[in-house]
Ligand binder design. Structure first.
Ligand SMILES: Nc1ncnc2c1ncn2[C@@H]1O[C@H](COP(=O)(O)OP(=O)(O)OP(=O)(O)O)[C@@H](O)[C@H]1O
Ligand SMILES: N[C@@H](CCO)C(=O)O
Length: 322
């Protein structure tokens, strides 16, 4: 459930008066997602999404995210387009929260990943990377390798909770960090990355990829790290075995538009280790710090620990079908 802030009809009507998108027809909270409060909004001019930004998003960074989405949409990528109010400003305030309206994207995210999803996914990721080249402002990755030790320490402030989740987890993560961080590549091509391109952020209409959403972790970082995030999120079976055909297909889709250098290819194991580490750590932090009565479904960090183990054992890029 991700509606942290209730919006009354009166507050919404007053808010919409600052837009030129017609009168309200229907409005409802969207249960999915964990980060922000999302509402679907139908007006006399069409369908929109209203987002109230909650815990992890720094309001000062919102213009960067909204600017990136506007830039990518203008470049032809199918992603939500921020809608400006009558004063030209897309970022506003509602119920004491920063808020924005974006266009609604048709499609559904795949509940069961198929091989057919992977090539369009890879191609869309490459398209995003290429389109991002001409968006000049940069944003550092606040969840990159330099943040991981602190994130682990924050969780280990409650060692009994970490141990209860998985015996030995703290030591395992510490040892993996000691291996991954010093080996982190320094000279690979960088650009704007999505950084959270999980299946629930990619919409399909049948086999056609209809759009990408949720750019609120986007940042400027190693492009191939974004691929590594997708390898983690898309290429494991429910039993957490690795599906190399999906990886090969995803990479082929990506390389159809942006071929990888030899250095990028050989960095895939360490980048994938880092991606698995990042999601293990944020999930672990949330697992420990989300009150048991909260309406948000916690995601299990152990799923990413299993992935991390796979990547730690991957000798080279051939493990990913290259
Ligand atoms: N532009 C859009 N068009 C159509 N549906 C959307 C759009 N944006 C969001 N949604 C709907 O809202 C849901 C939650 O959105 P989103 O993933 O951005 O939320 P979030 O709280 O940031 O979640 P998380 O970071 O956990 O993925 C999506 O699964 C989708 O159903
Ligand atoms: N995609 C993330 C949650 C939102 O960032 C995860 O599955 O852990």
């Amino acid at each position: 459930m991700a509606v942290y802030t209730d919006v009354s009809d009166e507050a919404l009507s007053a808010f919409l008066a600052d837009y030129d998108i017609g009168g309200l027809v229907a409005f409802r909270g969207i249960a999915e997602g964990v980060e922000n409060s999302n509402f679907s909004l139908r007006t006399t001019t069409g369908d929109y999404i209203l987002t109230l930004y909650e815990k992890r998003v720094d309001p000062l960074e919102l213009p960067w995210f909204l600017g990136l989405m506007r830039h990518l949409a203008a470049a032809g990528l199918s992603c939500p387009l921020p809608v400006a109010g009558s004063d030209g400003e897309p970022l506003r305030e509602l119920c004491g929260r920063p808020a924005a309206i974006t266009t609604f994207l048709p499609g559904v995210w795949p509940r069961r990943i198929k091989l057919d999803h992977c090539r369009p996914l890879g191609a869309a990721l490459a398209r995003l990377h290429l389109a991002g080249r001409t968006y000049a402002p940069r944003r550092a990755n606040t969840l990159g390798p330099t943040s991981w030790t602190r994130l682990l320490d924050l969780s280990l402030a409650r060692p009994e909770a970490v141990e209860a989740l998985s015996p030995g987890l703290g030591g395992t993560l510490r040892a993996a960090l000691d291996a991954i961080v010093p080996a982190w590549p320094r000279d690979l091509p960088t650009g704007h990355i999505h950084a959270d391109l999980f299946p629930d952020n990619v919409f399909f209409l049948g086999a056609h990829l209809s759009g990408l959403i949720d750019f609120y972790f986007a940042c400027t970082d190693i492009l191939a790290y974004d691929i590594a995030i997708c390898l983690n999120a898309w290429c494991f079976e429910p039993d957490l075995s690795f599906n190399i055909s999906r990886a090969r297909t995803l990479l082929a889709g990506y390389e159809s538009l942006r071929p990888l250098s030899a250095a990028e290819r050989s960095a895939l194991p360490v980048l994938s280790q880092g991606a698995a580490m990042r999601f293990t750590l944020t999930r672990l932090y949330d697992w420990i710090n989300t009150p048991s009565g909260a309406m948000v479904t916690r995601k299990d960090p152990r799923d990413y620990l299993r992935r991390l183990r796979f990547h730690l054992a991957a000798g080279d890029e051939r493990a990913y079908g290259l």
